[in-house]
Design a protein around this ligand. Structure first.
Ligand code: GAR
Length: 198
Protein backbone atom coordinates (compact mmCIF):
# COMPACT_ATOMS: atom_id res chain seq x y z
CA UNK A 1 0.00 0.00 0.00
CA UNK A 2 1.40 3.40 -1.02
CA UNK A 3 1.18 6.19 1.55
CA UNK A 4 0.03 9.62 0.40
CA UNK A 5 0.74 13.09 1.80
CA UNK A 6 -1.72 15.74 0.64
CA UNK A 7 -0.52 19.36 0.72
CA UNK A 8 -3.15 22.11 1.07
CA UNK A 9 -3.38 25.84 1.69
CA UNK A 10 -7.14 26.39 1.88
CA UNK A 11 -10.50 24.71 2.01
CA UNK A 12 -9.19 21.41 0.81
CA UNK A 13 -12.13 20.24 -1.28
CA UNK A 14 -9.78 18.31 -3.58
CA UNK A 15 -8.09 16.81 -0.53
CA UNK A 16 -11.46 15.57 0.75
CA UNK A 17 -12.19 14.03 -2.66
CA UNK A 18 -8.82 12.23 -2.57
CA UNK A 19 -9.29 10.99 1.02
CA UNK A 20 -12.82 9.77 0.28
CA UNK A 21 -11.66 7.83 -2.74
CA UNK A 22 -8.72 6.26 -0.88
CA UNK A 23 -11.26 4.99 1.67
CA UNK A 24 -13.08 3.08 -1.09
CA UNK A 25 -12.31 -0.48 -2.07
CA UNK A 26 -9.49 -1.48 -4.36
CA UNK A 27 -7.27 1.58 -3.90
CA UNK A 28 -3.52 0.99 -3.92
CA UNK A 29 -2.89 4.00 -1.66
CA UNK A 30 -3.91 5.26 1.77
CA UNK A 31 -3.63 8.73 3.30
CA UNK A 32 -0.62 9.28 5.58
CA UNK A 33 -0.87 12.98 6.40
CA UNK A 34 -2.39 16.29 5.32
CA UNK A 35 0.10 19.15 5.48
CA UNK A 36 -0.69 22.86 5.26
CA UNK A 37 1.51 25.95 5.05
CA UNK A 38 -1.02 27.82 7.20
CA UNK A 39 -2.89 26.90 10.36
CA UNK A 40 -5.92 28.74 8.95
CA UNK A 41 -6.52 26.24 6.14
CA UNK A 42 -10.08 24.99 6.55
CA UNK A 43 -9.04 21.63 5.15
CA UNK A 44 -7.06 20.78 8.29
CA UNK A 45 -10.20 20.29 10.38
CA UNK A 46 -11.81 18.27 7.60
CA UNK A 47 -8.78 15.96 7.46
CA UNK A 48 -8.75 15.52 11.23
CA UNK A 49 -12.48 14.75 11.18
CA UNK A 50 -11.74 12.05 8.61
CA UNK A 51 -9.15 10.54 10.95
CA UNK A 52 -6.08 11.64 9.01
CA UNK A 53 -2.98 13.08 10.70
CA UNK A 54 -2.25 16.76 10.04
CA UNK A 55 0.88 18.90 10.05
CA UNK A 56 1.28 22.67 9.75
CA UNK A 57 4.53 24.16 8.48
CA UNK A 58 3.93 27.92 8.38
CA UNK A 59 5.93 29.46 5.55
CA UNK A 60 5.96 32.95 7.06
CA UNK A 61 8.79 32.57 9.60
CA UNK A 62 11.05 31.50 6.73
CA UNK A 63 10.68 34.96 5.17
CA UNK A 64 11.10 33.82 1.60
CA UNK A 65 13.82 31.21 2.23
CA UNK A 66 12.05 28.50 0.25
CA UNK A 67 14.74 25.87 0.82
CA UNK A 68 14.58 26.28 4.59
CA UNK A 69 10.75 26.05 4.42
CA UNK A 70 11.04 22.85 2.39
CA UNK A 71 13.56 21.38 4.84
CA UNK A 72 10.99 21.95 7.58
CA UNK A 73 8.35 20.25 5.42
CA UNK A 74 10.66 17.28 4.86
CA UNK A 75 11.23 16.96 8.61
CA UNK A 76 7.47 17.09 9.25
CA UNK A 77 6.95 14.31 6.70
CA UNK A 78 9.51 11.91 8.22
CA UNK A 79 7.20 10.24 10.77
CA UNK A 80 4.51 9.76 8.09
CA UNK A 81 6.89 8.27 5.50
CA UNK A 82 4.83 9.11 2.39
CA UNK A 83 5.52 7.49 -0.98
CA UNK A 84 3.49 10.05 -2.97
CA UNK A 85 2.75 13.76 -2.48
CA UNK A 86 -0.47 15.22 -3.87
CA UNK A 87 -0.53 19.02 -4.09
CA UNK A 88 -4.19 20.02 -3.71
CA UNK A 89 -4.54 23.78 -3.73
CA UNK A 90 -1.08 24.18 -2.19
CA UNK A 91 -0.27 27.78 -3.06
CA UNK A 92 3.50 27.88 -2.47
CA UNK A 93 6.09 27.57 -5.22
CA UNK A 94 8.54 24.71 -4.67
CA UNK A 95 12.26 24.77 -5.49
CA UNK A 96 13.97 22.38 -7.87
CA UNK A 97 15.65 20.83 -4.83
CA UNK A 98 12.28 19.64 -3.52
CA UNK A 99 10.66 18.79 -6.87
CA UNK A 100 13.74 16.82 -7.96
CA UNK A 101 13.72 14.85 -4.69
CA UNK A 102 10.09 13.89 -5.40
CA UNK A 103 10.36 13.50 -9.17
CA UNK A 104 7.81 10.98 -10.43
CA UNK A 105 6.19 10.84 -6.99
CA UNK A 106 4.47 14.25 -6.73
CA UNK A 107 1.20 15.25 -8.41
CA UNK A 108 -0.65 18.57 -8.73
CA UNK A 109 -4.11 19.64 -9.83
CA UNK A 110 -4.31 22.87 -11.78
CA UNK A 111 -7.49 24.68 -12.88
CA UNK A 112 -6.81 24.95 -16.61
CA UNK A 113 -6.18 22.75 -19.62
CA UNK A 114 -2.38 22.91 -19.42
CA UNK A 115 -0.22 24.04 -21.11
CA UNK A 116 -2.72 26.91 -21.25
CA UNK A 117 -2.89 29.32 -18.31
CA UNK A 118 -0.11 28.34 -15.93
CA UNK A 119 -0.14 30.35 -12.71
CA UNK A 120 -3.06 32.28 -11.24
CA UNK A 121 -6.45 33.66 -12.42
CA UNK A 122 -6.89 30.83 -14.90
CA UNK A 123 -10.68 31.16 -15.20
CA UNK A 124 -10.61 34.91 -15.89
CA UNK A 125 -7.88 34.37 -18.48
CA UNK A 126 -9.87 31.65 -20.26
CA UNK A 127 -12.91 33.95 -20.39
CA UNK A 128 -10.85 36.91 -21.61
CA UNK A 129 -9.42 34.74 -24.39
CA UNK A 130 -12.94 33.77 -25.49
CA UNK A 131 -12.26 30.05 -25.04
CA UNK A 132 -15.26 27.79 -25.56
CA UNK A 133 -13.68 24.94 -23.57
CA UNK A 134 -11.81 25.23 -20.27
CA UNK A 135 -11.02 22.60 -17.64
CA UNK A 136 -8.46 21.16 -15.26
CA UNK A 137 -5.28 19.11 -15.37
CA UNK A 138 -3.50 16.67 -13.08
CA UNK A 139 0.22 16.47 -13.79
CA UNK A 140 3.49 15.30 -12.33
CA UNK A 141 5.33 18.13 -10.62
CA UNK A 142 8.66 19.26 -12.03
CA UNK A 143 10.79 22.30 -11.28
CA UNK A 144 8.90 24.53 -13.73
CA UNK A 145 5.60 25.92 -12.39
CA UNK A 146 2.48 24.03 -13.55
CA UNK A 147 4.54 21.94 -15.93
CA UNK A 148 5.48 18.28 -16.02
CA UNK A 149 3.96 15.21 -17.65
CA UNK A 150 0.17 15.37 -17.92
CA UNK A 151 -1.62 12.49 -16.18
CA UNK A 152 -5.19 13.59 -16.86
CA UNK A 153 -7.44 16.39 -18.03
CA UNK A 154 -11.16 17.12 -17.78
CA UNK A 155 -12.86 19.53 -20.15
CA UNK A 156 -15.52 21.99 -19.00
CA UNK A 157 -17.59 23.92 -21.59
CA UNK A 158 -17.65 27.69 -21.15
CA UNK A 159 -21.28 28.92 -21.01
CA UNK A 160 -22.77 32.24 -22.08
CA UNK A 161 -22.75 34.59 -19.13
CA UNK A 162 -20.04 32.70 -17.23
CA UNK A 163 -18.06 34.71 -14.70
CA UNK A 164 -14.70 33.55 -13.32
CA UNK A 165 -16.61 32.38 -10.25
CA UNK A 166 -19.30 30.35 -12.03
CA UNK A 167 -16.68 28.79 -14.29
CA UNK A 168 -14.41 28.01 -11.34
CA UNK A 169 -17.29 26.27 -9.55
CA UNK A 170 -17.90 23.94 -12.51
CA UNK A 171 -14.18 23.28 -13.00
CA UNK A 172 -13.82 22.41 -9.32
CA UNK A 173 -16.54 19.76 -9.65
CA UNK A 174 -14.48 18.15 -12.42
CA UNK A 175 -11.28 18.39 -10.34
CA UNK A 176 -13.06 16.30 -7.70
CA UNK A 177 -13.67 13.57 -10.28
CA UNK A 178 -10.38 13.80 -12.16
CA UNK A 179 -7.87 13.98 -9.31
CA UNK A 180 -9.08 10.89 -7.40
CA UNK A 181 -9.35 8.94 -10.66
CA UNK A 182 -5.78 9.85 -11.63
CA UNK A 183 -4.37 9.10 -8.17
CA UNK A 184 -6.11 5.72 -8.14
CA UNK A 185 -4.45 4.81 -11.44
CA UNK A 186 -1.09 6.38 -10.54
CA UNK A 187 -0.86 4.52 -7.22
CA UNK A 188 -1.42 1.29 -9.14
CA UNK A 189 1.43 2.16 -11.52
CA UNK A 190 -0.66 3.40 -14.45
CA UNK A 191 0.60 6.73 -15.80
CA UNK A 192 -1.32 6.81 -19.06
CA UNK A 193 -3.16 10.13 -19.40
CA UNK A 194 -6.85 10.02 -18.44
CA UNK A 195 -8.85 12.36 -20.65
CA UNK A 196 -12.39 13.18 -19.49
CA UNK A 197 -14.79 15.04 -21.77
CA UNK A 198 -18.12 16.36 -20.56
C1 GAR B 1 -8.39 24.26 -6.91
O1 GAR B 1 -9.19 24.82 -7.90
C2 GAR B 1 -7.01 23.94 -7.46
O2 GAR B 1 -7.02 23.51 -8.79
C3 GAR B 1 -6.36 25.29 -7.35
O3 GAR B 1 -6.77 25.79 -6.11
C4 GAR B 1 -8.08 25.28 -5.81
C5 GAR B 1 -8.03 24.65 -4.44
O4 GAR B 1 -9.30 24.29 -4.02
N1 GAR B 1 -4.92 25.16 -7.43
C6 GAR B 1 -4.13 26.05 -8.01
O5 GAR B 1 -4.54 27.08 -8.50
C7 GAR B 1 -2.68 25.69 -7.97
N2 GAR B 1 -1.93 26.50 -8.86
P1 GAR B 1 -9.49 23.26 -2.79
O6 GAR B 1 -8.63 23.77 -1.63
O7 GAR B 1 -10.95 23.37 -2.46
O8 GAR B 1 -9.08 21.92 -3.25
Amino acid sequence: MKKVAVFISGGGSNMVALLEDMARAGHAAAPAVVLSNTAEAGGLQKAAAMGVATEVVDHRPFAGDRSAFEEAISRALVPHAPDIICLAGFMRKLTAGFTDAWAGRMLNVHPSLLPKYKGLHTHARALEAGDSVHGCTVHEVTAALDDGPILGQAEVPVLDGDTPETLADRVLVQEHTLYPAVLRRFAAGDRRPLMLKT
